[in-house]
Design a protein around this ligand. Structure first.
Ligand code: FES
Length: 194
């Protein structure tokens, strides 16, 4: 059902939001910003952190709380690359496509991941194991090309090293995968590309 149709026929889930404790996190942000409409992006961020992605029911809930048209909330959520409208996989891989990373051949990393796992940026593998996404700048330009696997920042990657890491992470049990990637992580050192 499209969000436009849901506007005419509100789903029961929206009405039952009070029973889901994750909505309390969203409510807290709404209150912190006094339900101001220009806090929409902040509220969407909180909602995504709480739920993992923004589904139609959640956007309708936020639209009602901020007294905004649902089409406006949907438009903002789809405009910004950091919001996801689909459930994320067990593991996430974000490849930076900012200027510094782009010139260091980040697109080749994406193409390699795409070939290996059969997913484009914004998609998740059919088995739910891996989601692929892109970012505009992750703030570590001196380490370009940069990628993030399961919230761990990795720098100076090549298609080969990226694939090696991803194959290991996807094949391993969740706890083992996290430890493996952590051992090779770096901290962001430089500001974003101007
Ligand atoms: S452009 Fe990739 S980290 Fe800045």
């Amino acid at each position: 059902m499209s969000i436009a149709n849901k506007q005419k026929n509100p789903p029961a889930k929206v009405e039952e939001a009070r029973t889901d404790t994750r909505y309390k996190l969203v409510d807290r942000t709404l209150k912190r910003f006094h339900y101001q409409q220009d806090a929409l992006i902040e509220v969407l961020h909180t909602a995504q952190e709480a739920f993992g992605f923004l589904d139609d029911d959640l956007m309708i809930y936020i639209a009602r709380a901020l007294k905004l048209p649902q089409s406006w909330v949907y438009g903002v959520a789809t405009f910004y690359h950091f919001f996801s409208l689909e459930p994320q996989g067990e593991h996430t891989c974000v490849v930076c496509m900012g200027t510094a990373c782009y010139v260091k051949r980040a697109a080749e990393i994406i193409a390699t991941v795409q070939d290996e796992f059969g997913i484009a940026p914004g998609q998740t593998t059919a088995d739910g194991k891996l989601s692929l996404a892109t970012a505009r700048c992750l703030g570590s330009c001196g380490l370009a090309p940069v990628m993030v696997i399961d919230n761990q920042v990795l720098g100076k990657e090549t298609p080969d090293t990226a694939m090696s890491r991803l194959r290991e992470v996807v094949a391993a049990p969740a706890a083992t995968a996290t430890a493996s990637v952590s051992s090779a992580t770096i901290e962001p050192q430089e500001g974003p590309t101007p």
